[in-house]
Design a protein around this ligand. Sequence first.
Ligand code: BGP
Length: 479
Amino acid sequence: MSKFPKGFLWGGATAANQLEGGYREGGKGLSIADALPGGPERFKIANQPDFDWQLKPDQYTYPNHAGIDHYHRFREDIALFAEMGFKCYRFSIAWSRIFPQGDETEPNAAGLEFYDQIVAECLKYNIQPVITISHYEMPLNLVTTYGGWKNKQLIGFYERFARTVLTRYYKQVKYWMTFNEINSALHFPVMGQGLVASNGANDMQNIYQAWHNQFIAGAKAVQIGHQLDPTLKVGCMLLYATTYSYNANPVNQLATLKQNQAFNQFCGDVQVRGAYPSYTESLLQQYGFSFNDLDTTADELALLKANPVDYIGFSYYMSATVDVTGETQDKASGNLIGGVKNPYLKASDWGWQIDPTGLRIALNEMYQRYQKPLFVVENGLGAKDEISADHQVNDNYRIDYLRKHIEAMAGAVDDGVDLMGYTPWGCIDLVSASTGQMSKRYGFIYVDLDDNGQGTLNRYPKKSFSWYQQVIQSNGAKL
Ligand code: BGP
């Protein structure tokens, strides 16, 4: 028997900069993602505020620029999603296709026409589009000329972009998200906030000012969406990593509580409740500044209050464990969000600690806190897949990971959580955000392309393809 409600949104998720390619086609401008190389250099640069964005972009020809060529093959890709039975498809609109420099007053018609086709193709198969307005991809000009999201002018640019796409698609698209993993800026501010050096570089005050500006911009998107159609669902999107104390030492417990506030809760609290939480000042004081040091106005705070999000979209890949007392020296290697190794968990090849029970905990934590619908819009296992000569990929490890996470979601539904849907990440293999390479694969569909950009680009369903098909068909009963 299925635990999942009727109409549960089963699907998959992608992001424009990681699969489209066509980075200079149809009048597209350069984006932050276009200016990042692949390989180990990538993540370093994504955290390096004084990186010379002016010089590099056109030197990097692979992988972001080519993606998996979805720009030309989207019909084939969406047909495969339909074959799996997708009820929804989460994708993002490349801001730099619609406003190539970010600060124009008129949108680029060819960019909109591209997404007209994506939306139409989804609807042809009764797949509901779920759109992320901004996913780690802002026009590079907004970084080089304006300094990224710490600059308040960005609010107006984003508002224009959001109004353009919401107005164009609100009759066909019901589900929207404002910013991908907005809280991730705590760990990698360059990708999401486009922060570059100034006033002491990527300091915490810049991050919080950028967040404030994003909160206001997001509230405007919610307002515009509801003005167009009050039944539209505009959500936020968080990177949630369930966070444990390493042991029962109250000092670690308190540090865990603080880390939860700083990372898992702060951005959600503001966007869901429409107000800064009571712990804001104590959080900012740790970094040596006060809420009064931020540029906020009474009108902005009123706008925020009046326009909370309708639901909480979030990604969940791993949990984190906190030890500030030095009980263990075993650091969680490769874990994007730091912390120590949890002795009860195994990790992926990239050091992400796999924890399905943590997803059930995350769902309970958030639902208890907000009492608003939740949507798991990213989850999955990045792995190196082997393809046989006859194009078979036996990705049992992926099936196992996803099965356990779906079981955890079913448990949370039993716990009374209001869960809208599930869109595993990278439903078709695409370029990894953190490595910029192809070899970290998440998909149900294998794409013949390697880290050097070599391959036929042919698509091959993996074993997990037919497995997920039956999961959807049975509404999560057959796992
Ligand atoms: C999330 C991002 C995605 C995505 C995913 C997997 O943080 O929203 O864009 O790529 O993580 O990460 P990676 O590609 O680094 O494995």
